[in-house]
Design a protein around this ligand. Sequence first.
Ligand SMILES: NC(=O)c1ccc[n+]([C@@H]2O[C@H](COP(=O)([O-])OP(=O)(O)OC[C@H]3O[C@@H](n4cnc5c(N)ncnc54)[C@H](O)[C@@H]3O)[C@@H](O)[C@H]2O)c1
Length: 292
Amino acid sequence: MLNKIGVIGAGQMGSGIAHVCALAEHDVVIVDIDAAALEKSLSRIDDNMDRQVKRTLIAEEDKAAALARITTATGLDALGDCDLVIEAATEDEATKVKIFESLCQHLKDSALIASNTSSISITRLATATDRPEKFMGMHFMNPVPMMELVEVIPGVATAADTVRTATAFVTRLGKTPAVAQDFPAFMVNRILAPMLNEAIYALHEGVGTVEAIDKAMRLGANHPMGPLELADFIGLDICLSNLQVLYESLADPKYRPCPLLVKYVEAGWLGAKSGRGFYDYSTDPPTPLPAA
Ligand SMILES: NC(=O)c1ccc[n+]([C@@H]2O[C@H](COP(=O)([O-])OP(=O)(O)OC[C@H]3O[C@@H](n4cnc5c(N)ncnc54)[C@H](O)[C@@H]3O)[C@@H](O)[C@H]2O)c1
């Protein structure tokens, strides 16, 4: 049974992971090198839980109890008594390797380690730890409190028992685990990235307008969001980076990023977060734009 959970990285994902762990009655320690990020994370969790209270998904007492279970620290030594540490720091392999190398000296022998990486090899990251058999990928979806799926990814050296414990833990969070093998982009992004890329090619080749392509997939395939709307929501830089990982690591031309996507990212048109992507976000609702 995993009682105390450590979360490394107090960004968008780390905050969401801490949020759901605390609501599932785990004690949680969030560690970030940036003290301001920790403060921001606590207020983000507070706001998001407020939203859940307003929508009667949780009671005010659940929120108060969950917040009381969360502590923060700027040093990895605060994770010494954790049963599981989930790393959700910046997506940079050198950063993650450095974290794992110094983390292990503080952990108890039985502690499990997971990485929330979207694209880095779990098998390779495991070698930066002293316990590859207790290391796995645990890929939460964004926004964590809302999304049901968590991909659990064993590396080549991960023990079967570690996978069993991880899937039970995910289920206890009220989420549904799906086990993916350690291949680039795992399952969701492996399938989603080429679909979004194809929608951008369709726009680039003039098959349809932004509005028509999104309407086609919403009404014709029953997707809750159109692919271009979704690409803007995820961030066009993230979409491009997912495709580059697939293109480079699998060496298959079917993952070639659409030149229009590359051009938009070069222009700083990154989607909703930059105010412009396939839509203009200065209006409410956002206005679909012609392809540049
Ligand atoms: N954003 C998404 O949609 C999404 C979805 C699934 C998985 N992921 C993965 O989750 C991870 C985090 O992504 P994010 O979007 O939350 O990033 P973010 O930029 O919002 O947060 C990263 C945090 O890590 C902290 N950090 C950096 N170096 C650190 C160190 N050495 N020790 C402790 N903290 C450190 C930063 O200060 C920052 O607060 C990445 O691996 C990313 O690929 C992201």
